[in-house]
Design a protein around this ligand. Structure first.
Ligand code: SAM
Length: 288
């Protein structure tokens, strides 16, 4: 990477100014300006030139440059078209990337991967996520792109805690379960607010998720399982019974709790991923 004597924060600001741009809060635009952290994120991902990487929100391309260097191909989704000239300028020495100028949440991920990434290539996600949509992005990728092998992502520190959450703790929720269903999570390192321009209001952390090569468990109907866990954790303070009674007839629930030996007072946070899959399978097998 080229080194520069200019302070990185002013370099980013100067670039934005030159293009008469300012960071958009509504898109979660906090640009990472520390090369040591960018390099560390890429190192944690353990990418090779044979691999393809999906990046969500390349922004000005700070991370994308490292990813283009380390991998064979980068597929990136960026919602903010204003950044196009800047991003193209910053990536001009690379040819191994494709930017999709669109909202990642609106994309058909399976189609995009099929179109841009040759079959048989190992695919990783590496991103400094837009924090306002971290959870929907993760659910979308876990549900729609099972071929992704590893995720290395910067996110809000509290969300990182939840991703690594285990049953019976305050951090455990539907997202922890969705992650535990497919992967093993590790909270890799924390990142200070001062590493970004503009500075965010929250602390950040980098999380690595290694998708299980052999699934530890498989729900009969995976789409239903992902929907059900969101219902189970709908309101944290409520019991599982209360949360599910919004969506299922009481008679069916009674039969389910009885057959699965679940106390009426149980809360979703007391159930591990295996028990939640068992619950989903019960409804699936009973015709819901
Ligand atoms: N990767 C850059 C970096 O590390 O400096 C920028 C990261 S910034 C935290 C998040 C980026 O995600 C911004 O560039 C923002 O425009 C983009 N973004 C926000 N919402 C998005 C969406 N729905 N789809 C695709 N990109 C989005």
């Amino acid at each position: 990477m080229p080194s520069s004597k200019i302070k990185p924060s002013s370099a980013v600001q100067n670039q934005l100014n030159r293009h008469h741009l300012s960071a958009k809060k509504k898109y979660g635009q906090n640009f990472l300006i520390r090369n040591d952290i960018l390099k560390r994120i890429v190192d944690v991902a353990e990418i090779t030139k044979k691999d393809a990487v999906i990046e969500i929100g390349p922004g000005l391309g700070a991370l994308t440059r490292y990813l283009c260097e380390a991998s064979g191909f980068v597929l990136a989704y960026e919602i903010d078209e204003r950044l196009r000239p800047l991003l193209e300028e910053n990536l001009k020495e690379f040819a191994n990337y494709q930017i999709i100028w669109d909202d990642v949440l609106k994309r058909d991920l399976a189609k995009d991967i099929e179109l841009y990434i040759p079959k048989g290539t190992s695919v990783y996600v590496v991103a400094n996520l837009p924090y306002y949509i971290t959870t929907p992005i993760l659910f979308k990728f876990l549900e729609e792109a099972p071929q992704i092998l590893r995720y290395v992502m910067m996110m809000q520190y509290e969300v990182a805690q939840r991703i690594c959450g285990v049953p019976q703790t305050k951090d455990y929720n539907a997202l922890s379960v969705a992650i535990a269903y497919r992967a093993t999570a590790s909270n890799v390192f924390c990142v200070p607010k001062t590493a970004f321009v503009p500075m965010p209001q929250v602390d950040s952390a980098v999380v690595r998720l290694d998708v299980d090569s052999i699934p530890k468990i498989k729900a009969v109907d995976e789409d239903f399982f992902f929907r059900l866990i969101r219902l189970c954790f709908r309101q944290r303070r409520k019991t599982l019974w209360n949360n599910l009674s919004f969506s299922f007839p009481k008679d069916l629930l009674k039969q389910c709790f009885f057959e699965l030996n679940l106390p009426l007072s149980v809360r979703a946070e007391e159930l591990n991923v295996y028990e939640l899959v068992q619950l989903a399978d019960w409804f699936t097998n009973s015709g819901k």
